[in-house]
Design a protein around this ligand. Sequence first.
Ligand code: TXA
Ligand code: MG
Length: 310
Amino acid sequence: MVGKNATEILAADAAGIAEAARRLALGGLVALPTETVYGLAARADAMAAVARIYEAKGRPSFNPLIVHVASLEQAETLALFDEAARILASRFWPGPLTMVLPLRDAAGLAPAVTAGLETVAIRVPAHPVMRAVLSEVDFPIAAPSANRSGFISPTSPEHVLASLNGRIDAILGGGECRQGLESTIVARVADGWRVLRPGPIDIGEKLRQTTFQDGEAITAPGQLAQHYAPGKPVRLNAEAPHADEFMIGFGSVAGDCTLSQKGDLTEAAAGLYACLHLATKSAKPRIAVAEVPEEGIGEAINDRLRRAAA
Ligand code: TXA
Ligand code: MG
């Protein structure tokens, strides 16, 4: 059931973290800060709690959730790790890398978490507040981005409130997310890894899958649909705004909101969703975005921008 009460904001101190853990244990919905974006958390082993995530977000039930755990050891109780997966875990966890791996029979996850797939998406997050919550609970935490389905991901408690106020129990405030883009998702395939969603971590050319088998169609179901919709038409690679456009600038192209004046892609990633949220709120009916180079994390930024414009 979607709660009728206003969503409570908890401070990210010991008392707030304990209260968030208590509410999660009782099957509640709490938005938690991660290093990428805010997640809408529920205990992943409880069917009713997971059902509330789908209801609060208005998320289609075929779109599975990422499971967050405290350690590789805990992750191994849920998914089957081979040597290649352990190597990635030791290199990039805790951090913004999600691995799609075979689900263990005895994982004990609510079936809705994996949307009936035989794989599970799993990560060990790095944000200290998220880690503190994970260490206080004795269950894995399912958490999609804390926004209504299809809309822009939240990088601040204010963004979460704007889309989910009254639909979730609480928000554990942890300031702004440092990375600002959702985790990189990779799926284990025969000869390496398939990148399902580009993100803050580049696993490197050597580890990426080089050949593709016939009929091998692994996708992140949530990446198929139109996503990250700011609710207005978006024009990419703009050099200057038209009169009715909210301009998102980058480098030498100035805007109403500028991703990074000095052309720094890390800074641009961290501020992308905040600019898109401002663009949505603006009185201007359209959005224009300056060109962002496709290098490094620019690949993930452009992935999100193309979806926003789709
Ligand atoms: O940074 C992040 O990953 C954030 C924070 C909260 O951890 N979470 C996030 O979750 O972005 P969400 O639900 O917005 O995106 C998860 C994506 C979806 O596109 C979903 O389809 C895909 O992961 N996914 C989940 N389980 C999968 C699976 N077993 N196989 C393929 N894709 C999967
Ligand atoms: Mg999302």
